[in-house]
Design a protein around this ligand. Structure first.
Ligand code: PLP
Length: 407
């Protein structure tokens, strides 16, 4: 008899996006003449930068001739991309990262989900709340939790994000082994200062813990005093893995390219207390289970660092940041307190009532779809997330309608 991994049965069904879709469909059926504007999605809406398209085409043409054709590439990624990443995303900001510490992949979702495979099953894990659900679910699948009850899994140490702490929870008072952090944050849009990240790095060093730092939205940071990488913090190379993505930076959500930095000085320990380099272990895992991102996609990703690439990428993220500013300004003018939208593309709005009631109000009265915060964890109740990823005219129209609805 084929038996299940019963940990999968503990997973709370993710009703969030299907519940949203159901409510939107019901609204549209009842109001066929009203156009709905979706500000709930976390997907980009604008085309790839021209440098990426040009380079992508050129690389595809290389595949058309035997002399320039490429078969399997290095599983860790081509040197041309790893070198640009190390130089431009890290060294340019004073953070030491070597090209061979960069592992190119097809997504930060897979990497943030897969990295936990390297660790023992009885470790203690700190999980932020509200949270990008991948960190939670992949640990549930691996059997590191008990049941789901009263909105939480038994076994995790939850890091509560609240208005009081600005959605940057402090380090726990107890010991944990593995810590998930995400800044700029999805869903709250909060960013962590250098001093706040230093507390985490110091904590991790003292506890021999490891930080998994998700910086998928680093390209949206506009305040230069905010660290873009955890490696801008002294000592982080010993205790932190960083995940980045081209998805939101350069519109690669459908093209797929990301990378994970695993410094050679980052260690994990066996039961006898001996240290082992995570770099070697991740390399082993990556080369066993992954066969590389396609050559044309890696060339297209490299293009964001060359010639006019940086300017084009900046223009793209600036476009969304203009939306973010419009959204935050309007919601604040209407009397709602907001987090995010300044160094991130998400605006986290205190709904002053429960998440789904406010969601329904915006849908019914304004025809605008947001994401109820309750879907991201217990601490998300009472908030909604508005995404800046949309066409500017539609954002402006949505905000006019919200203003009419809420005034
Ligand atoms: N990390 C966070 C915090 C995200 O919000 C997302 C996507 O929404 C991802 C990772 C996934 O990125 P990718 O498209 O590279 O898989």
């Amino acid at each position: 008899m084929i038996r299940l991994n019963e940990n999968y049965l503990k997973l709370k069904s993710s009703y969030l996006f299907s519940d949203i879709a159901k409510r939107v469909a019901a609204f549209q059926e009842a109001n066929p003449d009203r156009e709905v504007i979706k500000l709930g999605i976390g997907d980009v809406t604008r085309a790839l930068p021209q440098v990426c398209i040009d380079t992508f085409h050129k690389a595809v043409d290389e595949m058309a001739s035997d002399s320039s054709f490429r078969g399997y590439g290095p599983e860790q990624g081509y040197a041309f991309l790893r070198e640009q990443v190390a130089k431009q995303d890290f060294r340019s900001r004073g953070a030491l990262v070597e090209p061979d510490e960069v592992f190119v992949s097809d997504g930060a979702k897979c990497d943030t989900g897969n990295f936990q495979e390297l660790f023992a099953n009885d470790i203690t894990i700190a999980i932020p709340d509200p949270v990008y659900p991948v960190y939670v679910d992949t640990n549930v699948m691996a059997g590191r939790t008990g049941r789901f009850s009263d909105g939480r899994y038994e076994g995790f140490i939850y890091l509560d994000g609240t208005s009081e702490n600005g959605f940057v929870p402090p380090v726990p008072q107890t010991h944990v082994d593995l810590i998930y952090l995400c800044y700029p944050n999805n869903p709250t849009g909060a960013v962590a200062s250098k001093a706040q990240l230093k507390e985490w790095v110091d904590y991790a060093r003292a506890e021999k813990a490891l930080i998994l730092f998700d910086a998928a939205y680093a390209a949206f940071i506009r305040d230069d005093t905010i660290p873009q990488s955890i490696y801008e913090i002294e000592g982080a190379r010993e205790v932190a893995i960083e995940f980045r993505s081209f998805s939101k930076t350069a519109g690669f959500t459908g093209t797929r390219c990301a990378y994970t930095v695993v410094p050679k000085s980052c260690m994990a320990y066996d039961t006898a207390g001996n240290a082992h380099s995570l770099h070697g272990l991740w390399n082993r895992r990556h080369t066993t289970k992954f066969n590389g991102v396609s050559y044309p996609v890696q060339r297209a990703a490299e293009a964001i660092y060359l010639g006019d690439g940086p300017r084009q990428v900046r223009e793209l993220t600036d476009y969304y940041m203009t939306n973010a500013k419009m959204i935050r300004t309007k919601m604040e003018a209407l009397g709602y307190s907001c987090t995010g939208g300044i160094n991130s593309p998400y605006i986290w709005v205190d709904a002053k009532e429960d998440s789904w009631t406010f969601f329904d109000l915006l849908l019914q009265k304004a025809g605008v779809v947001c994401t109820p915060g309750a879907g991201f964890g217990k601490c998300g109740e009472g908030f909604i997330r508005i995404s800046a990823f949309n066409n500017q005219e539609r954002v402006a129209t949505a905000l006019e309608r919200i203003e009419t609805a809420l005034r």
